[in-house]
Design a protein around this ligand. Structure first.
Ligand code: ZN
Length: 150
């Protein structure tokens, strides 16, 4: 296990569309373990693979509801709206106001390739949307109505 370097805005890797994960092997598990170490150390609410330079559709989310590894995640249902502050480990020193769905249902696979479904609301839903956006090269600063320096 190791801490990985978090890529900062301006790096082209953050703007690419990621490829699906097809191999649920030891290499994937090592990446997920490193992402866990990294997100805990950086005290983020989540981290997506392109943020550590890997163009694959996977992200981790670390919120009050628990720690989740989302592989090939897709938002299959969304309801309502919330507007609030968010930040990103790839956009250090800033936060911005972004509107997101209040509730989402996400289908994904776990590290063994098992298909799962999760329901999230509030900040958890916000974190899922933020991380899934990363997999399509989208950053919160693209959607923010207002951005401030911390
Ligand atoms: Zn982010």
């Amino acid at each position: 296990m190791a801490i990985r370097n978090v890529v900062q805005v301006g790096d082209d890797v953050l703007r690419q569309k990621c490829f699906p994960v097809e191999e649920f092997d030891e290499k994937l598990h090592a990446l997920l373990d490193d992402m866990k170490d990294t997100v805990k150390k950086e005290q983020g609410a989540g981290l997506a693979a392109p943020q550590v330079g890997i163009l694959r559709r996977l992200a981790v989310v670390d919120v009050d509801e628990g720690y989740f590894e989302l592989i090939n995640p897709v938002i299959v249902l969304q309801k309502g709206e919330q507007t609030g502050w968010e930040g990103c480990l790839s956009v250090k020193g800033k936060s911005g106001v972004v509107s997101r769905p209040m509730k989402v249902t996400v289908s994904y696979q776990d590290r063994y390739g098992e298909k799962k479904l999760l329901k999230a609301k509030g900040f958890f839903a916000r974190a899922c949307c933020h991380e899934i956006d990363h997999l399509d090269g989208i950053l919160y600063i693209d959607k923010a109505s207002h951005i401030e320096k911390n």
